[in-house]
Design a protein around this ligand. Structure first.
Ligand code: 6LW
Length: 514
């Protein structure tokens, strides 16, 4: 394989699952409280991925009303069987119903997916497997949502109805790491392989595997488990590597997709868990990942292929690019396209779990520039936010003031909130710019892009996952309107200039600050 750059999907694209149909690869990620849910990707070469929209695009498939941070959609699995695509996942908001896990399907990968069928099983990280006789099986964590120690549970299932067809049995409890989860079951060369994640999704994350001649076990743990981990690769720019899914190529080679994080410095990461790719070889009936070595940002020899991070939107189309994401289910009347994008405040704000008017794109690299142009009417405020959770966001807030438009920087980190005095610019329109750097965000505003005034800075440290409580997402650059404002956004752009690109692709190994 030619050289390529990891992550293959930079930014908040965690818990990757992959399948192949002929020469086409499809990949999905978890999406938590963001809508639409479960990003869907297509590739012909495993390196270049094109966004194909999302799997869960309707409220009947994905109800996120009141969703708090990092609830909603957990790890999905995508599989193709008999020409039909299936996606199985968990909406953790449905735990009180006793049926949080569900399957949707489609016969046309470009078309809409079905409404869910719900499964009478608690636990997370469901996956589907079809045996040679056509019987489908569910694997996932056990029934007790409080306990991860039960291991990986399996049962026969009807994937069209969600009906459970066999008793539930534990297949494997893992190699000894905490949180055995994220299982995928395969039959390869007549042997059943159960690959899972262990160690938790943080810095002790691992990929482990076991095999058996019989679906129900007993499963034998691979003698060189974990087959992939960076838990001791403390100098690597990639950390927390785990939660993998295997795929073969039409010519018989093997790869896995897995997620990892790129910390900005030791033990701090803010742009989310990102999808990585690794080559796999089979030795003595066991998979060996990347020759047993840690993964690199640049894999293989030569100049790596890497996607372009630049994106420019003038909101002149009738639909939005699939990268645009809402926070929870959108209220459609609050988003209007036509001669720009009009955002109308909802009853929620960036600080709560309500009907928040929010339209964001993932921050896919540490060094990027975001820019927008807006006009604001009415009371309240609108602007550009660097948003990680409702408790962790930095917002350039624009409001009408005597003499023009006022801009202030509001930085919220849990119960600390600092808002700068507004800088007032005469005129009706403002340009807002955020320069994202590894350690800080720089916020600027002004009447046009050529004359911007610094408004303030904010550290990336306080928007890092490690400053939060058990969160699974990453930073967005988001347009918003709240507290009664109506705002018209004329354009939005993400740029990565050559210097930023250089910094993004040659992240230093850690010189750990002591
Ligand atoms: C997911 C679990 C995990 O369900 O994190 O990293 C959880 N692995 O498998 C949320 O993404």
């Amino acid at each position: 394989m030619n050289a390529y750059q990891n992550p293959i999907l930079p930014g908040f694209y965690p818990d990757p699952s992959i399948c192949r149909a002929g020469e086409d690869y499809y990949l999905v990620n978890s999406s938590f409280e963001f809508f639409p849910g479960v990003p869907l990707w297509h590739s012909r070469d495993l390196v270049h991925w094109e966004r194909q929209g999302s799997v869960l695009t309707r409220k009947s498939q994905l109800d996120l009303v009141g969703a708090m941070t990092s609830v909603g959609i957990f790890a999905p699995t995508i599989r193709e069987h008999g020409g039909r695509f299936y996606m199985i996942t968990t909406n953790v908001l449905k735990f009180p119903t006793g049926r949080p896990n569900f399957i949707v399907h489609t016969d046309d990968i470009n078309g809409p997916w079905s409404d869910p069928v719900w499964i009478d099983h608690m636990g997370i990280d469901p996956s589907l497997f079809w045996d040679d006789d056509g019987q489908a099986y569910y694997v996932g964590t056990g029934d007790d949502p409080e306990s991860h120690s039960q291991g990986i549970v399996c049962f026969g299932i009807d994937p069209e109805t969600g009906e459970i067809r066999t008793e539930k049995r534990v297949l494997w409890t893992g190699s000894g790491g905490r949180c055995p989860e994220g299982p995928h079951l395969y039959k390869i060369h007549g042997t059943y392989y159960l690959m899972i994640a262990e160690g938790g999704t943080e810095y002790g994350h691992m990929v482990t595997i076991a095999r058996s001649d019989c679906l129900w076990g007993p499963y034998e743990s691979c003698p060189h488990n974990p087959i992939l981990t960076h838990r001791n690769a403390d100098q690597s720019p990639l950390q927390g590597v785990g939660h993998a899914d295997l795929v073969d190529t039409p010519d018989g080679r093997w790869f896995l997709v897995v997620h990892g994080v790129r910390p900005s410095r030791a033990q701090l990461h803010h742009i989310g868990r990102e999808t990585l790719l690794a080559p796999v070889e089979w030795v003595d009936g066991w998979p060996v990942v990347n020759g047993g070595r840690p993964l690199e940002l640049t894999m293989g020899e030569g100049e790596p292929a890497r996607g372009d991070m630049n994106f420019a939107e003038d909101f002149s189309g009738e639909t939005l690019d699939p990268r645009w994401t809402f926070l929870r289910n959108p209220v459609p009347e609050h988003y209007r396209l036509g001669g720009g994008l009009t955002l109308i405040s909802g009853s929620g704000t960036l600080d709560d779990y309500g009907e928040t008017t929010f339209l964001g794109v993932r921050q896919q690299q540490m060094e990027l520039t975001f820019e927008t142009e807006l006009m604001v009417e009415g009371p309240g405020e609108a602007g550009l936010s660097v948003f990680h959770t409702n408790e962790h966001h930095y917002d350039l807030c624009v409001s009408r003031q005597e003499g023009g438009l006022g801009v202030s920087l509001r930085r919220r980190a849990v119960d600390l909130c600092a808002q700068s005095q507004p800088v007032v610019f005469p005129g009706e329109q403002l340009v807002l710019r955020v320069i994202a750097r590894r350690g800080e965000y720089v916020f600027l505003a002004g009447p046009d892009a050529a004359s911007l005034t610094p408004i303030g800075t904010g550290s990336t440290q306080l928007l890092s996952t490690e400053a939060m409580r058990g969160t699974f997402t990453g930073c967005f650059a988001a347009l918003f309107a709240q507290h009664g404002a109506t705002a018209r956004f004329g354009r939005f752009s993400v740029t990565e200039d050559p210097e930023q690109r250089q910094l993004n692709t040659t992240l230093p190994a850690f010189a750990y600050p002591v």
